[in-house]
Design a protein around this ligand. Structure first.
Ligand SMILES: Nc1ncnc2c1ncn2[C@@H]1O[C@H](COP(=O)(O)OP(=O)(O)OP(=O)(O)O)[C@@H](O)[C@H]1O
Length: 226
């Protein structure tokens, strides 16, 4: 049995719509090794976000199984899935989703506290992470006082706060201008490579995809080489 950080086996997901059933994933297979960074490049509406939500244990598949570190997530309770999500999986979204009323540092402390880390240790790690993204001096700024690129750097630092084995990202630099996107994406790759994280990153940008280790796409509900 594989103990890869993430494995999807025969994953199916369909949505019920007014027009009937919409099959989105129809037997998706994907395995990510530690330290491997995989680009997910597929046309709009083919199921990238759906795949990321299933891989991140935010939703359950209609059939098939998601294995995290070799463990079948389908058999677990919602509480057990939440615990895995908090400690093992980091998420980065296109829009930063930082909590607006908390500072950059607090946004990185909170998920650590939710995973049981003491406040002092969480604050020290938050400061180290912010420094590694060039944000020393910005620790006490709220998201509204940061630039778009800085906000997204904080969101990436937050995703890495609990040293996850898996990073899932949905267009992580998609709302930034080309130059800033290039820079922030480079920092993201460097941070992920440095920690040996298995990463699955959806992007529409072929230049960014080319900087990852492998490209996959979605065709007729399955994952195929891109
Ligand atoms: N909750 C839902 N209910 C019904 N249909 C849905 C739901 N979520 C997604 N869909 C449909 O499933 C298909 C796949 O959606 P998904 O968001 O996974 O695609 P995507 O590849 O991430 O698209 P994009 O690149 O535009 O973000 C789309 O046709 C979408 O309309």
């Amino acid at each position: 049995m594989s103990d890869a950080p993430l494995r999807l086996a025969g994953v199916e997901r369909r949505y019920r719509t007014e027009a009937g059933e919409l099959p989105v994933l129809q037997g998706a297979e994907l395995e990510l090794q530690a330290g491997e960074i995989v680009a997910l490049v597929a046309p709009s509406g083919t199921g990238k976000s759906t795949l990321l939500h299933l891989a991140g244990l935010l939703e359950r598949p209609d059939a098939g199984e998601v294995f995290v570190g070799g463990r079948a997530a389908g058999t677990l309770s919602d509480d057990a899935r939440t615990a895995i999500r908090r400690t093992t999986i980091g998420f980065v979204y296109q829009f930063h989703h930082l909590l607006p009323e908390f500072t950059a540092e607090e946004n990185i402390i909170l998920p650590q506290q939710a995973a049981g880390v003491a406040r002092g240790a969480a604050a020290a790690r938050a400061r180290r992470l912010l420094a590694s993204f060039g944000l020393t001096g910005r620790e006490h700024h709220r998201p509204g006082r940061l630039s778009g690129g800085e906000q997204q750097r904080v969101a990436i630092a937050r995703a890495l706060a609990n040293s996850p084995r898996i990073l899932l990202a949905d267009e992580p630099t998609g709302n930034l201008d080309v130059g800033t996107s290039d820079l922030v994406f480079g920092e993201l790759l460097q941070a992920v490579r440095g920690q040996g994280v298995a990463a699955l990153i959806a992007t529409h940008n072929p230049a960014l995809a080319a900087r990852m280790d492998r490209v996959v796409t979605l065709a007729e509900g399955r994952v195929v080489a891109g």
